[in-house]
Design a protein around this ligand. Structure first.
Ligand code: ADP
Ligand code: MG
Length: 303
């Protein structure tokens, strides 16, 4: 396991910000850490990175226990904190040189120019951080996080506040980084998880309310991905089960069915099914966004 979190808790005053949570992140995995604002994501990540001491529980990175004194841990982890605090009055290169010094990186300029290339900062690298757009500031944040080539990246709301173009670019960058590294990525946006993650851990009010493959999670819930479809003639129950990814269906009127199934293939599977049965599709619509729906169900269930 790259990251192991076991029975972790943190209380601020009377409030349990993180309440006995456990989860693991496998090597090379991109895990989405999803939850509404105030759920405890940032608190958890600060503990994982060793910046905040837990009240109870244990964290291990590559089997090494995390503690505030343990500097070895810092070499393993790259951290992009929430709101990406940067020194606005430094130049991009100057800032990265400063970070390189903290990590005592060998041949710093060689590595800095490598990372500037990787993060698409070449045209901005001579500029003051203050003068950069939000998207480029995020790139600088990611650049400092990967400068010492850590195995594990902890990215706290890495794409919040970006415009749609910047969002696409930063997501692609995270995907590329994910090919080599283990990534724990927090977000309050369901689509973010769908776009980037292999697996999701859902947290609400300090408690983990879901953990697993996005598809599997959706199958465990009553209202997973649903498509309402009207065929040109009735179809018997048994036959509907032939639809790829079928989970269940409900009758919704004359020749009309609500089919629950695997989101990634359901629409296509219904088309294939219709063709194979010589049925015409008269109407078809998606009832809900699945991950949004999972998220809603899980976070309201626990409250
Ligand atoms: N340093 C702190 N002092 C007091 N309360 C805090 C502190 N940090 C976080 N909290 C509280 O803990 C809860 C979880 O916060 P946080 O981990 O930032 O959630 P998230 O990142 O999921 O939005 C919130 O209710 C927040 O107000
Ligand atoms: Mg947060």
């Amino acid at each position: 396991m790259s990251i192991l979190v076991s029975h972790l808790s943190k209380q601020f005053g009377l409030q349990k910000a993180v309440n006995d949570i456990s989860f693991q992140v496998g090597k090379g995995e991109i895990l989405g850490f999803l939850g509404p604002n105030g759920a405890g994501k940032t608190t958890t990540m600060r503990m994982i990175t060793g910046y905040l001491a837990p009240d109870t529980g244990e964290i291990r990175i590559n089997d090494i226990p995390v503690s505030e004194e343990n500097q070895a841990i810092k070499a393993l982890i790259g951290y992009l904190p929430e709101n990406n605090p940067l020194y606005l009055d430094m130049y991009v290169k100057e800032y990265l040189r400063y970070v390189a010094r903290i990590y005592k990186i060998d041949q710093p300029w060689k590595r800095i120019s490598e990372v500037i290339g990787m993060t698409g900062l070449s045209t901005e690298s001579h500029k003051l951080i203050r003068s950069l757009s939000k998207g480029y500031r995020q790139r600088v944040g990611l650049a400092q996080a990967i400068l010492h080539d850590p195995e594990v990246l902890i990215l706290d709301e890495a794409t919040s506040g970006l415009d749609p173009n910047q969002l696409i670019e930063i997501r692609q960058l995270i995907r590329d980084l994910g090919k080599e590294k283990t990534i724990l990525l927090s977000t309050h946006i369901m689509q973010e998880v769908q776009a980037l993650c292999d697996r999701v851990v859902i947290i609400n009010k300090g408690i983990i309310v879901g953990d697993g493959n996005i598809q599997l999670l959706s199958q465990n819930l009553s209202n997973a991905y649903r498509v309402e479809v009207t065929f040109s003639r009735p179809v018997v129950d048994i036959t509907l089960r032939e639809i790829r990814g079928y989970i269940k269906h409900d009758d919704a009127g004359v020749n009309r069915y609500i089919i629950t199934g695997d989101e990634s293939t359901l629409n296509e599977a219904i088309f294939d099914f219709a063709i194979s049965k010589n049925l015409k599709i008269l109407e078809m619509s998606t009832l809900r966004e699945s991950v949004e729906n999972i998220f809603q169900q899980l976070t309201t269930r626990a409250s």
